[in-house]
Design a protein around this ligand. Structure first.
Ligand code: GLC
Length: 573
């Protein structure tokens, strides 16, 4: 947790604005002016968000089918899936003792729903989010806040259960927070920055409620959450896809909110790479962990958010300009990531034999990475079959650590080619003990120890080896693994992981994370009743029961971004 000693209530820099007026007017937008192909929206609006190709931006439609008869192991699974994803309305039946689909839900499911509902946060009578943890035995710190990233699995659970209102409220509330003036000391943050978290303050005397938010000005290290804006866009697309209600994304406020977020990361500067340069601790790993530079988590979320924005932005004057910039960036970003972040046995061997100090555009070792900087563990970790996107690539630096979130999002967003996605799943299967062990799932692998830990984390006692962000196991990641499994047609992997989690999660009271090489121990400072552990489990269960839910959080490969790119002649995929 990043703010152990700051009481956000007393922070002078943020406006504790009393939001009295309704946030938006729900007026219908005139879509026909916005798209050259108005027929599409008139016929079936919800599908308009799915199939805009990067270059054509054409919108297609597909007939609805039942989910029955879908072969989960078929490589065409995702294609079939895309054609069956229908807007929601229907519930998964998990809140009831017996599922409507005939499955006998695990007894934990009902308990999880109760826990999730207990975590609801209300603002003026409306649910607007879920609290990070409901653990009164530990000091609250900021676990009593609604975190944007933590709310994502909660939101997906509610969407899958046919309860989209809270998601809509959350999207609109955080949008309002975005427009606040954000300052750290005398420095003003970018307009588009979304909060890491927010809280509802009750004033019993005045009998009123106000919102308070943290944009990084209270966080340890004072880092703004780069991931929040990306998750916000991803969630807006999930809401739209799942409900078929395009009116929320069409609101001028939402369009503007998106453009502000995009302005922050598409601006021109001194960059020589299409990846996004970040400070340490600006995402789920919100402490110093050597994830500064170009961390995979941010790059994958960036890619996913760009693809979602492309589906959501209107083609009006302002929107068009962004669409063009996004298309260009996506091409460059996918080339860069697929070429330079990808590691498999062949690639590892190439790096091992790299020449250094090459000058000019003919260089193979473009970033001048020293083969001696290859860590010992990576030679054993790399399976014969399989591969993954490494943690970070920058001049003379490759961080070979495996990070779960970035790799799963790479699969879901189709940043990974189908071959790369399969390779990532192969790696997870072959390195099961290391990555899943006794509790899914390692946030990163391996842990840093001794001297390296001292230098990289700055001696952080919360991030000692195999604990918390430093090789700890986080149950929330179960939903991401499951979604990746469903997308790659490997549901049996998710089933195995869920079974492992079911043996302990409820008994242990939904911990935030587990410690140890195998994830055997409840984390040293782990909160109990951690909401995203609960929601992550529910989303994983619902997605396995009804794989068509995947559509709201996954995007199919864009054929325009092929062919797969090579770094050197020896590299094949
Ligand atoms: C921890 C996690 C962060 C999460 C927060 C609230 O600080 O590192 O990712 O958002 O707790 O649960």
């Amino acid at each position: 947790m990043s703010t152990p000693d700051v009481d956000v209530n007393h922070n002078k820099n943020i406006k504790t604005e009393d939001i009295l007026c309704p946030l938006v007017e729900y007026e219908e937008c005139d879509f026909s002016k916005l798209l050259e192909k108005p027929r599409l929206l008139n016929i079936d609006r919800q599908r308009s968000l799915d199939e805009r190709s990067l270059s054509e931006l054409s919108i297609g439609m597909s007939p609805r089918h039942s989910t029955k008869g879908v072969d989960l192991n078929s490589s065409r699974f995702f294609e079939q899936l895309e054609s069956i994803c229908s807007p929601v309305g229907r519930r998964s039946g998990f809140s009831t003792p017996r599922s409507q689909t005939g499955f006998d839900p695990h007894p934990m499911v009902a308990e999880a729903w109760e826990a999730l509902r207990r975590s609801l946060v209300y603002f003026r009578g409306q649910p607007v989010g879920t609290i990070a943890a409901l653990d009164n035995t530990e000091e609250n710190l900021n676990y009593d806040q609604v975190f944007v990233r933590d709310f994502v699995p909660s939101a997906l659970a509610f969407l899958m259960n046919g309860e989209p209102e809270i998601v809509k409220n959350f999207i609109l509330k955080t949008l309002r927070l975005q427009s606040w003036e954000k300052k750290i000391d005398r420095f003003q943050l970018g307009e588009g920055v979304m909060p890491a978290s927010f809280k509802v303050l009750h004033d019993p005397v005045r009998n009123s409620e106000t919102l308070i938010a943290d944009f990084g000005e209270s966080a340890i290290g004072r880092v703004a959450p780069v991931d929040s804006g990306f998750w916000w866009i991803i969630l807006l697309r999930a809401y739209t896809k799942s409900t078929g209600d395009t009116s929320l994304a069409e609101l001028p406020e939402c369009q503007k909110g998106m453009r502000l977020i995009l302005s922050l990361c598409l601006s021109e500067g001194f960059d020589t790479f299409p990846t996004l340069l970040c400070a340490d601790g600006c995402c789920m790993i919100d402490r110093r962990m050597g994830v500064y530079g170009y961390p995979i988590e941010i790059q994958a979320l960036f890619f996913m958010a760009l693809r979602c924005a492309l589906l959501l932005l209107k083609q009006d004057d302002e929107g068009k300009e962004f669409i063009e910039r996004i298309v260009k960036r996506l091409h460059a970003l996918s080339y860069h990531m697929r070429s330079y972040f990808w590691l498999d046995l062949k690639q590892l061997n190439d790096i091992y034999r790299y020449k250094t100090e090459e000058y000019s555009h003919t260089a193979v070792n473009k970033f001048n990475v020293m083969p001696d900087s290859l860590p010992e563990w990576v030679f054993d970790f790399m399976p014969l079959r399989g591969g993954y996107f490494i943690g970070n690539v920058s001049p003379a630096r490759m961080d070979f650590r495996w990070f779960c979130l970035g790799n799963c999002i790479a699969i879901l967003s189709s940043l990974a080619t189908p071959e790369q996605s399969t390779a990532i799943m192969d790696l997870i299967e072959s390195r099961w003990e290391e990555l899943v062990g006794e509790m899914p799932l390692k946030v990163c692998y391996p842990a840093m120890e001794t001297h390296e830990w001292r230098i990289i984390t700055g001696c952080d006692p919360k991030n000692t080896r195999w604990s918390y962000h430093n090789g700890g196991s986080w149950p929330v990641l179960l939903w991401l693994l499951t979604a990746a499994c469903v997308k790659t047609g490997r549901p049996q992997i998710a089933r195995r992981a869920i079974e492992i989690a079911e043996a302990r999660l409820l008994k242990d009271h939904w911990p935030e994370y587990y410690d140890g090489k195998l994830g055997r121990y409840i984390g040293k400072q782990s909160r109990k009743a951690q909401t995203w552990s609960v929601a992550g489990y529910l989303v994983a269960k619902m997605m396995l029961e009804d794989p068509s839910h995947l559509g709201m959080i996954a995007i199919e490969e864009d054929k325009q971004m092929k062919p797969v790119l090579r770094r050197s002649n020896s590299w094949t995929l």
